[in-house]
Structure formats: structure tokens, C-alpha cells
Design a protein around this ligand. Structure first.
Ligand code: PLP
Length: 399
């Protein structure tokens, strides 16, 4: 029998990828399923990225690049951080990886070990706690409430910090709730963090460009420049540029941390795909007009989905300011009985019942908050309307 390491036994496979795979398998068997489980925009990659990729292929861009990314891409990322976020990075302090996921993984593996705690406001993106557990650390979820827009308070942050706290992970806009922290709210976190110099901040800004509120985007290293020396600012091509499959993520941060992340990468995957790097230079230096157009499309879908879910008895659905997810609570469905005679005991069973009813969503437990489920509205309006009709009918049918 194979021996599995303690590290691998501490983690679970990604629940979101699992639900998406199950929905795809049911579809392949001929079932009519609308999948609202995936976290990827349904738009094409920008022309600027596609043209740059084709050029890179034609020019024979076939070789390894520097482990940390090409000089051209690191320069373009430094320019992006300056332009969009008011952050100044030397390109030496930027690393490019195979998706935002690898950036986060490298940072955690490079800095977290047994005895270390990492604060993750809940609901959280499914992978944070597992990455921390893989490294041997302890994830410390801080619960939030739908009534507060799923936002953590500075007091709750203060209460969660111990001498063993290594990191606070912030994710705004959030997957799965869509919550967006304002500059003032981040400033209040900074006030707490100044009292605790052992705590570093991982700011996962991957949904930066998918926002519906007025005003500029706020990221903590810009709001509190004195904390920049202990902040890793993470972003990538996946969500902004609808380039999930190209696998490019990046981060800027203190040099010693970036160096350690590059070391992990040098002994695992080496550089991210050379063609995808060239494509991302194209995207970051090309026309960005589509970002606002796409955010407007997402906003219309959000409004439709929130309006539809809010009128379903048993669901409470806050209206988020960003990302392409809503996270309705479903307390009112627990304990009720499906037409097939099954009692819905938890949100996994609610999601299972909705899947039987032709809609794939992800149960809240996977994100550390129950009972609830995540709906991704990164799909066309006709499919969303069908999905909302099915959810409404399925919930109306339970006793
Ligand atoms: N961070 C958050 C909050 C995400 O939702 C995702 C993807 O779903 C990632 C990071 C990883 O993105 P990538 O596809 O670039 O690895």
C-alpha cells in the first residue's frame, strides 16, 4: 500500500473543483445541468494577450525563462501596481507563478510551519486553510455574518491574533461572498496590525477589477505604506483578463519573502509558461477598456441573481460589491423534506438537492460558513435565468 505523507493527509481536494467536475460528468452523461459552480469569467482573453501569445509562438519563444518570470513581465507588473494601486515595486521584488494559487502556496510553504497560525476571515476561499495545513500551520478562521456583509471587524481581528500569528489573509473582493473592504475598513485593520509586528498580511487582490461600487480600489499596502514591508500583494491574469487557463499569477512584496518564494518555485515548477507570460505582458500593456464593460455586464447579472434569490422563501442573499459570486444563507431550508422524501440536514445536502434539480452550486461548508451556498454568476444571462427558475421551483417543491 502506498505511504501517504502526514502533509498530504492533512488536506482535502478542492471542493469547488470537485463540484465542477461532478457537474461536468453529469452533463457528459446527458443530464441537463446549469453549472454555477465555476469561478471563471465566461469572456474571451483580451485581443492584446492573444496577439502577444501568437507572436511569442511564431518568434520561437520555446525556452525556459528566469524562474521568477521574464524581465519584461516583471516590469509590466511593476507598472501595473504603480498605475492601478499606487504601489512602488522594484521589478526585483516581483515574482510570477503558475496562477495566483501557486503564488499563495509558495508564500505559505516558504513561511509557515508547525505552531504557526494564519488568520482567515470566514467565509474564505477554499484553498487557504488547506495550504496552511499542508505547511503544518494552523488556520484560524474568523467568522463573519451575512448581516455585516460578511466583513470582519477590527475587534474580531484583534481577538484572533496571538504571539503565534504569522499571517492575516485578506481577500477583497472576496471569493465566495463578493464582500469588498473600503479604504477606511482596511485602515482600521492597519491600526490593529501596527500593534502586532509579528503579523504579516497576504492581500489576495485577484478580483480587483470586478467591482460595482464607486471609488478607487483599496489594497492595504497602499492604505498603510508603513505595513508594506510585511505585506505580500497578490494578483494575476485569471480573473481580470478572463485567462484562467493561461495560469499566470503574480505578487509584489519584501525582497526576502520574494526570494524565498522563488526558491520554492525553483525546486518545483520552475518558470510559468513562457507563452502565457508573453501574453500577460500583452494584456497588461494593452487596451483595458473592456474591464469596465465586463464589470457592467457582471453587475447586471448580480442584480438579477440577487433579486431572484432574495424572493425565494428560506434564502437570505446579501448584495455584494464585487467578484462574481453571491453567497445566500439557507437556514430556512434545513430540516425540510424534498419531494423524494429526503430531509435536508445541511448545506451539502441542499447543494445535492439543487444538483438533482439541474443546478450546480457549492455548499457553504467548503468555505467555512454554513448553512449557505455559493452561486457563481460568471455565465450567460439565459443560463442564469434557467438556473434561477430551477432553484425557485426546487425550493417551492420542498415540504
Ligand atoms: N484567490 C482567489 C480568491 C481565487 O478565487 C482564486 C481562483 O479561484 C485564486 C486565488 C487563484 O487563481 P488562479 O486561477 O490564478 O490560480
Amino acid at each position: 500500500m502506498i505511504h501517504l505523507s502526514a502533509a498530504i493527509q492533512r488536506i482535502q481536494p478542492s471542493a469547488t473543483l470537485g463540484v465542477s467536475a461532478r457537474a461536468a460528468a453529469l452533463k457528459a452523461q446527458g443530464h441537463d445541468i446549469v453549472s454555477l459552480s465555476v469561478g471563471e469569467p465566461d469572456f474571451p482573453a483580451p485581443d492584446s494577450a492573444r496577439a502577444a501569445a501568437i507572436r511569442a509562438i511564431e518568434e520561437g519563444n520555446n525556452r525556459y525563462t528566469a524562474v521568477e518570470g521574464t524581465p519584461a513581465l516583471r516590469r509590466a507588473i511593476a507598472d501595473k501596481f504603480a498605475r492601478d494601486n499606487g504601489l512602488t515595486f522594484d521589478p526585483q521584488d516581483i515574482v510570477v507563478s503558475t496562477g495566483g494559487k501557486q503564488i499563495l502556496f509558495n508564500a505559505i510553504v516558504a513561511t509557515v510551519e508547525a505552531g504557526d497560525e494564519v488568520i482567515v476571515p470566514a467565509p474564505y476561499w477554499v484553498s487557504y486553510p488547506d495550504m496552511v495545513a499542508f505547511a503544518g500551520g494552523t488556520p484560524v478562521p474568523v467568522p463573519t455574518r451575512a448581516a455585516d456583509g460578511y466583513k470582519m471587524s477590527p475587534d474580531a481581528l484583534e481577538a484572533a491574533i496571538t504571539p503565534a500569528t504569522r499571517w492575516l489573509i485578506l481577500n477583497s473582493p472576496s471569493n465566495p461572498t463578493g464582500a469588498v473592504y473600503t479604504a477606511a475598513e482596511l485602515g482600521a485593520f492597519a491600526d490593529v496590525l501596527r500593534r502586532h509586528p509579528q503579523v504579516w498580511v497576504m492581500s489576495d487582490d485577484i478580483y480587483e477589477h470586478i467591482r460595482y461600487g464607486a471609488g478607487a480600489y483599496a489594497t492595504i499596502a497602499a492604505i498603510a505604506p508603513d505595513l508594506a514591508k510585511r505585506t505580500l500583494t497578490v494578483n494575476g491574469a485569471s480573473k481580470a483578463f478572463a485567462m484562467t487557463g493561461w495560469r499566470i499569477g503574480f505578487a509584489g512584496g519584501p525582497h526576502a519573502l520574494i526570494e524565498a518564494m522563488v526558491k520554492v518555485q525553483s525546486q518545483s515548477t520552475s518558470n510559468p509558461c513562457a507563452i502565457a507570460q508573453a501574453a500577460t505582458v500583452g494584456a497588461l500593456t494593452g487596451d483595458m477598456g473592456f474591464l469596465a464593460e465586463r464589470a457592467a455586464v457582471f453587475r447586471e447579472r448580480r442584480d438579477m441573481v440577487v433579486a431572484r434569490l432574495s424572493r425565494v422563501p428560506g434564502l437570505t442573499c446579501p448584495k455584494p460589491d464585487g467578484a462574481f459570486y453571491v453567497f445566500p444563507e439557507c437556514e430556512g431550508l434545513i430540516g425540510r423534506v424534498t419531494p423524494g422524501g429526503k430531509t435536508l440536514r445541511n448545506d451539502e445536502e441542499v447543494a445535492g438537492y439543487l444538483l438533482e434539480s439541474g443546478v450546480a452550486v457549492v455548499h457553504g461548508a467548503a468555505f467555512g460558513h454554513s448553512p449557505a451556498f455559493r452561486v457563481s454568476y460568471a455565465t450567460d444571462t439565459a443560463s442564469l435565468t434557467t438556473a434561477m427558475d430551477r432553484i425557485e421551483a426546487a425550493i417551492a417543491a420542498i415540504g
